[in-house]
Write a protein of this length. Structure first.
Ligand code: IMP
Length: 172
């Protein structure tokens, strides 16, 4: 598979994102990261380790994504909800990729309704040419073309999540 982003590139960009996040919040503010499973797990693990100067808490949420297909159904379903509430907290949604934007719009709507103090989003990847809805993403790792990518948490039919780099899936 063609390598799109090497592991070192990803790690260096994540350090920049962590620094940008830490600059944006007043000193002493706690940040609550909400990782979107399954694809966001590796990004979350590296991002949280790069946020060395901040008090951080975390939680996980799971929503349905593409079921054994590279095309979005546009349907979003909650598979696992958060363990704790968001009221008064500085929440950052940590997502692997924003494609059509449907998943993120759904997540932002339901999390905003839980009255966080602030709500922002960090996505490792963004495919703007595929967007169906306009959705705000404050922290974007890399903007990529409309190609189906795998690795670094991202899958095709549950495979390739373990790659340390991001590759383009051939024939997509
Ligand atoms: P959206 O709702 O269309 O923005 O899709 C977001 C979700 O689709 C992501 O969280 C991924 O799970 C999945 N997805 C979108 N593009 C890709 C890709 O290129 N590779 C792997 N998963 C993708």
């Amino acid at each position: 598979m063609e390598v799109l982003l090497e592991s070192e590139q990803i790690q260096s960009r994540i350090r920049e994102l962590a620094a940008a996040i830490e600059r944006d919040y007043p000193p002493g503010e706690e940040i609550h990261l909400v990782c979107v499973l399954k694809g966001g797990f590796m990004f979350m693990a590296d991002l949280i380790r790069a946020m060395t100067g901040t008090r951080v808490t975390l939680d996980f949420i799971a929503v349905s994504s593409y079921a054994h297909s590279t095309r979005s159904s546009g349907e979003v379903r909650m598979l696992k909800d958060l363990d704790t509430g968001l009221e008064g907290r500085n929440v950052i949604i940590v997502e692997d990729i924003v494609d059509t934007g449907l998943t993120l719009t759904y997540l932002q709507d339901i999390l905003r309704a839980r009255a966080p103090k602030t709500l922002r989003t960090a996505c490792l990847l963004s495919k703007p040419s595929r967007r169906l809805v306009d959705v705000a993403v404050e922290y974007v790792g890399f903007t990529i073309e409309d190609r189906f990518v795998v690795g670094y948490g991202l899958d095709y039919a549950e495979k390739y999540r373990n790659l340390a780099h991001i590759a383009v899936l051939d024939g997509q």
